[in-house]
Design a protein around this ligand. Structure first.
Ligand SMILES: Cc1cc2nc3c(=O)[nH]c(=O)nc-3n(C[C@H](O)[C@H](O)[C@H](O)COP(=O)(O)OP(=O)(O)OC[C@H]3O[C@@H](n4cnc5c(N)ncnc54)[C@H](O)[C@@H]3O)c2cc1C
Length: 467
């Protein structure tokens, strides 16, 4: 059988594009490599906060557009940013009309309501997806697709795109231990990026990929980017990632991810490298800090430094699962000492350098002016805290990659483009595998859900209209 649309990947991006196209009369098939009924993927693990560059997705489009252009810098394409900003609310409303449940929740002090998929996570340590918003929405979308005559085929791994006369005409898949050809009017790459592929992380992000951990499902192997590139698509915007700062034990302890993470407390305290010195602007937030740690010669060599007052106040800063006490209760201990000298020797960093770093930090905090600091420091949502009250604590850090930024270069209809900027007929890319929205020096993160909701919807509509 030939389908109007074949999506590679059974996450929100693939399912939404297939559901929307089938609603508009197209025939649709979604390929999912996992054979599990409730296959693991980011869409199932998600916390479910629908935002665009940290702003609620229902905010005025001009505000959303400006924040994408600011956050994504040179990586942000005006037309794709405009599409995301203009269609964010419509995508949420379309999902709600098709069975998705959202609640309004203020997750940040300075933000009014955010749409969060319901039921929300219970905000406890470790993965918590069963019966939560992402899990429920995936099943809701699959049911809708089947009602419209479409299908989600599990255990079907896309291997190569079939190209004819410069157009994409289908996919070669492995299914039931056999190689098969699936013909399609259009193929959508919706495979979720490459956060679980150490070779690609080493190629595009940091040579020390083995010193980061995937804060994501196992399926994000970057197959889509490889296939698109082989088909002549342009690839771009790679280099940064969306991730968080965690206790080092998260490398091996599943109770330490996706929560608790240390972003919020790190934003108001101090990160140091193995030389006892600051190396990044903590005030730029968790995604920036995670990218800076990943680029250290050894991404497992950084520590968070804080005092007793900051640790006691930690739950006040945390937006999700408080590290105090959840991190410690789940096997992520603090290193604690009565003096900075004793702390430096426990974590093996030079005493004089650490004392110097803390003295400079405290002086800047007292003056509310960081211009004297050798490493810039912006003041984020909260003012930085001094490090004065013993006992002093250190947390050994690691970084979890939740999603990669960049990938297939697309236009505002989610069509893949070749190196001359022309659409490749029949080839689309959506969700976590596209370029044109985020990254750059600030590692601006546009929001995984908005990319999958909006681009999925737009791709489905474009394919249905151009069958
Ligand atoms: C813990 C966690 C929390 C998050 N919280 C938020 C949040 O609050 N807000 C937000 O905006 N974003 C959040 N995100 C990100 C967001 O959930 C994702 O960006 C989004 O769900 C990605 O959807 P997707 O369809 O592009 O990819 P996915 O959901 O990852 O789906 C891709 C699918 O493709 C399949 N696949 C891969 N290769 C192949 C192949 N060759 N053949 C067939 N199938 C293949 C994979 O198995 C996978 O099932 C979070 C992510 C995680 C992991």
């Amino acid at each position: 059988m030939r389908y109007d649309l074949v999506a590679i990947g059974g996450g929100f991006s693939g399912l939404i594009s297939a559901c929307r196209a089938s609603e508009l009369g197209a025939t649709a098939l979604v390929l999912e490599q996992s054979s599990l009924e409730r296959y693991p993927c980011s869409s199932r693990f998600t916390t479910g906060v629908a935002n665009i560059m940290g702003i609620g997705i229902m905010s005025p489009p001009d505000e959303l557009f400006a924040s994408i252009m600011r956050g994504g810098g040179a990586n942000a394409d005006q037309l794709i940013a405009r599409a995301l900003a203009d269609h964010g609310a419509r995508a949420v409303n379309w999902l709600a009309a098709h069975g998705a449940r959202f609640i309004n929740r203020a997750l940040q002090k300075d933000q009014p309501g955010q749409r969060v998929l319901a039921p929300p996570r219970r905000l406890q340590a470790g993965l918590d997806w069963e019966g939560r918003g992402g899990d429920v929405l995936l099943r809701t979308l699959e049911e809708f697709l089947v009602q419209r005559g479409g299908k989600l085929l599990r255990g079907a791994t896309a291997k190569n795109l079939i190209m004819k006369n410069g157009a994409c005409a289908g996919v070669e898949i492995d299914h039931d231990s056999a190689s098969k050809m699936v013909e399609a009017g259009a193929v959508i790459i919706a495979d979720g990026g490459f956060a679980a592929n150490p070779e690609m992380i080493a190629k595009y992000i940091t040579a020390r990929a083995d010193r980061l951990f995937p804060r994501v499902g196992p399926g994000a192997k970057g197959d889509g980017i490889r296939m698109a590139e082989q088909a002549g698509a342009a690839i771009g915007g790679l280099g940064e990632f969306y991730g968080h700062v965690h206790h080092r034990v998260a490398m091996t302890n599943p109770k330490q991810w996706p929560y608790p993470h240390l972003d919020a407390i790190a934003e108001v305290t101090l990160l140091i490298g193995p030389d006892g010195r600051r190396f990044t602007d903590e005030g730029l937030g968790g995604v920036c800090m995670a990218n800076a740690i990943a680029r250290l010669p050894d991404p497992l060599s950084a520590h968070l430094i804080l005092d007793a007052d900051a640790w006691n106040a930690e739950p006040k800063y945390s937006l999700t699962v408080a590290c105090n006490p959840s991190m410690v209760d789940n096997g992520g201990p603090l290193t604690t000492a009565a003096s900075i000298e004793a702390l430096s020797s426990l974590i093996s960093v030079p005493t004089a350098a650490l004392a110097d770093t803390i003295a400079m930090h405290n002086a800047c905090v007292a003056r509310r002016d960081f211009s004297a600091s050798p490493v810039a420091r912006s003041v984020g949502k909260h003012a930085p805290l001094p490090i004065l009250t013993p006992p002093f604590h250190a947390v050994p850090l690691s970084v979890g990659i939740t999603g990669t930024m960049g990938g297939v270069v697309i236009n505002a209809d989610a069509q893949a483009l070749d190196s001359s900027g022309n659409p490749i007929r029949g080839l689309y890319a959506v969700g976590s595998t596209v370029a044109g929205l985020e990254g750059g020096p600030l590692a601006g993160y546009v929001g995984g859900l908005s990319k999958s909701f909006v681009l999925g919807l737009l791709a489905g509509e474009h394919i249905a209209a151009n069958r």
